[in-house]
Design a protein around this ligand. Sequence first.
Ligand code: AMP
Ligand code: MN
Ligand code: MN
Ligand code: MN
Length: 285
Amino acid sequence: MLSNMSSLNIDLHCHSNISDGVLSPVQLLARAAERSVNVLALTDHDDTSGLTEAHAAAKHWEIQLINGVEISVSWESNTLHIVGLGINPDALPLLTGLASIRAGRKERAAKIAVQLEKAGVHDALAGAWRHAMNPELIGRMHFARYMVEQGICADVQSVFKRFMTRGKPGYVSHQWAALADAVDWIRVSGGQAVLAHPGRYPLGTGKMRALLRDFSAAGGEGIEVVTSNHTPEQRARFTELAKQFGLLASRGSDFHSPGETWRDLGRLPALPATCRPIWQNWDLN
Ligand code: AMP
Ligand code: MN
Ligand code: MN
Ligand code: MN
């Protein structure tokens, strides 16, 4: 309970240019320091290679950096994101699991480009790769930035709306990691698995409960109650579900870049007082 009331500004979800953020890990830590973040988890999509650089910068700014990752998962017909916190990035099952997801991303990117070409968007594969700062990691955001650069859409949100979401011309369905595998890689490496931004999944009450049952049974421990785009109603709903399923609550901005999307680092409501925070047993100071 006490740690809920703590004055620490804790942000356990954000991206660097190792995945689809725009700031380097060093720039990201400087921004976190400017915004008085005390505890930050770097959670790049399917890649942990930013952590070494991030740790050096975190030391400089006296920020407590938590090793994190955000793993892409397919559950039934849905794509979900599972955040791993306190992971060991050198653990072999995690390393090999993430490498196979990244390989799948490359294949998906080639298919996306073919679809976009049919929709009249040229040279999208090379264009997207130019926006990917990590030769190992390409995603829809890199295509979106290329299309904004080309003047095809005014901003990345519009690209997603017109081209990159299910049913739209540049959308390619994809098989990501299995839920139980992703949770296992995280746990075996010593981390805690957290269901990311639950309010963003188009799941009704029954399906959400089925997901939380599967997630808990797999060893998942936490859920993001406070995240960038949750409404007060969603925070209340996921506080209640966390209680029912015995899950710990997390707080994360899902920051990607200045001005492009969603919330800034550390600029989020506090966890509701009745939540048990995911950091309750962490050694924070
Ligand atoms: P991917 O993992 O390649 O499928 O891309 C997923 C990423 O795309 C998310 O992590 C966000 O960064 C971004 N994204 C997804 N939907 C939207 C949206 N509607 N508007 C802006 N960015 C989005
Ligand atoms: Mn992203
Ligand atoms: Mn996500
Ligand atoms: Mn994210």
